[in-house]
Design a protein around this ligand. Sequence first.
Ligand code: IFM
Length: 384
Amino acid sequence: MKSDFLWGCATSAHQVEGGNYNNDWWDFEQRGLINDASSSHPSCDHYHRFTSDVELLANLGCNAYRFSVEWSRVQPAVNRFSVNEIDHYHRLLDALIGRGITPVLTLHHFTNPMWFVEGGGWEKPEAVDLFGRYVQRMVDEYTEKVGWWVTLNEPNVLLLLGFLVKYWPPQKKSLASLTRAFLNLIRAHKLAYQIIHGSGADNMVSIADHMSVIDPWKNNGLDNLAAWIYDSFWNQMFLKRIVNHLDYIGLNYYTRQRVSFPFRLFPTPGKEAGFAQWEIYPEGLLRTLRRLKSYKLPVIISEYGMPQEANIAPEEYLKQGINNLKLAMNEGIDVRGFFYWSLLDNFEWREGLSKRFGLYEVDYETQDRWLREVGRVYQELIRG
Ligand code: IFM
């Protein structure tokens, strides 16, 4: 690995900070919709403990950290930015930079301010300009400290779960809504890309794209067709439309999905299924990286990880992932960084606190953090 390879961990504001009372996920939680009835407050209280959490990153040997700004904190009302909250992220950035840790800043990681949602959310044409105003302010504030930007985290996941299957806010099941949100998210990314580049030439901008390997369930014509259609939607629809507005590709890789006609998804028999029926398929990382080669852009693996209760030890999944990453780099694929999901156990959206993805275990009562075996293994892998 080159010495400037980014070895990092990823988190997102709502999942780790606690106290985000002004967004659509808090609203969703208040309506009793979290499967295990747990709360995103205080989660791991990263908002107050970021200084010691930066030490945890340093202890792992990480030289990078991917985190998100909580839009509803820094812009609590449509016409108001909060200087205090903006300063909070300045302090986080200063702590990282002071420890030699490169920040990767995500602007949108699933949550939306309530004022944005009440105005119609991602379906409204105004959404793009509203997002642009937020992005402009973030760029004005943080551009001196941040060189790596992620505009949107996993727009395909947001679209599928939020607009097609009613599992996440805004709980829509409508192709018309999905299409409107999709087109606006594309425009929002492109606008954010232009704004960030307006502030300096050296910025690296992407989305964090959730990609899976999609294979047919059986090798017959109909399953192949279903897999092809699903792959076009899941892996390609967004990326292909923004390819001229990317400086790198942020890849969130977790699993393979096998598809049978008409659109049923399965894990592979004989392979242990992990979290939420995720197949344990670390070799899919290599397959996905090979696919990305045609884009001729550098890649950052912006997320990779497994929760504790999956049918594979996360440390094993991590080792196999890094092997596949090395194979890809030996083939000449330009990967510039790897971010483990996640630094700490945190609030796993609708699954709540009971899904634990952390390199550090969090005791939510005492807020103690304990390095897990997977954290120790990551430390060793980073040391090389
Ligand atoms: O926790 C999520 C994260 O917010 C986005 N990518 C997948 C992770 C694990 O499900």
